[in-house]
Design a protein around this ligand. Structure first.
Ligand SMILES: C[S@@+](CC[C@H](N)C(=O)[O-])C[C@H]1O[C@@H](n2cnc3c(N)ncnc32)[C@H](O)[C@@H]1O
Length: 275
């Protein structure tokens, strides 16, 4: 826990290497596919909750005459993201510490505000979207993408993995988040008065040995080395022994020749009304 006033809530996954490594594999091509056709090179884009920045650099590369500002609450992750951007020679990109609830930017100062896999972790999602709307110009774009944990399908079945999905959802909700955010994005945008709302869905499907091992081991490591396991114990939803059993089940399942994991990710794109 922290006294930092910006940290109004607890990010359930934490920022251990097992988490950040997995996020660092994401790309703008995939994670912002719904937004890319709308971008033009001079735009100014805000990336909220940028994590390790692997999506962010891809966005900055598409805006050579513009700029990307990316914020997150993890100083350590931001420091690594800055080094990566430097190594890739991306200069039109600024990483700053900050919370979506209190953006340190003037009204109407961005053409686009984007958030990938962030809203599911927020306790006050309307306040967050309102703040993103504030900093976007009239007619500018709002782009938010989130998973829906209620759509998880996997094979072969394992009682510990079923238990994990159940406990994960309860833990995330107990911390004020919404693990089934994907299905609620259209409602979120409508409630905030966003116009021209268009929602699309895509499935992440892991069905090769490399993919299932990367995924299964990442969740095993998150359970054992990141705050995810601690939160489940703190909230009384699991014992430490159960956390260890879930982690082991993930590793064993991931190496089964028939292993497959899939879940749906929804993306909402809309515009700030002109007046
Ligand atoms: C699941 S990660 C997503 C990272 C990146 N967007 C991606 O998709 O790889 C969620 C990120 O949101 C950040 N976050 C959580 N609450 C936040 C807040 N109130 N303001 C800004 N960032 C926040 C976390 O620190 C974390 O890095």
């Amino acid at each position: 826990m922290t006294n930092d006033p910006l940290l109004r809530e607890t990010y359930v996954h934490g920022h251990a290497p097992a988490v950040v490594r997995q996020h660092g594999m994401r790309t703008a091509e995939e994670a912002a596919a719904f937004l890319l056709p709308e971008l033009s090179p001079e735009m100014r884009l805000l990336d909220v909750g940028c994590g390790p920045g692997s999506i962010t650099v891809g966005l900055a590369e598409r805006l050579p005459g513009g700029e990307v500002v990316a914020i997150d609450l993890s100083q350590e992750t931001l420091a690594q993201a800055r080094l990566d951007a430097e190594a890739r020679g991306v200069k039109n990109l600024l990483y700053e510490y900050g919370s979506v609830y209190e953006l340190a930017y003037p009204d109407a100062s961005f053409d686009v505000a984007y958030a990938h896999q962030v809203f599911q972790h927020l306790t006050d999602r309307q306040a967050a979207l309102r703040e993103m709307l504030r900093v976007v110009k009239p007619g500018g774009l709002l782009a938010v993408r989130d998973v829906d944990w209620g759509s998880v399908t996997y094979w072969p079945p394992d009682p510990w993995l079923d238990r994990f999905v159940d406990v994960y959802e309860k833990t995330a909700r107990g911390l004020g988040g919404e693990p089934r955010m994907g299905r609620r994005l259209r409602a979120l945008f409508h409630e905030a008065g966003v116009s021209d709302v268009h929602v699309t869905g895509a499935v992440w499907c892991y069905a090769t040995r490399e993919e299932t091992v990367t995924w299964g081991d990442s969740y095993a490591d998150r359970l054992l080395t990141s705050s995810m396991g601690e939160r489940q114990v703190e909230t009384g939803l699991s014992t430490q022994a159960e956390i260890e059993a879930m982690a082991e089940a993930f590793r064993v399942w991931a190496r089964k020749p028939d292993a497959l994991w899939a879940f749906t990710h929804m993306a909402a794109l809309g515009r700030k009304p002109a007046s």
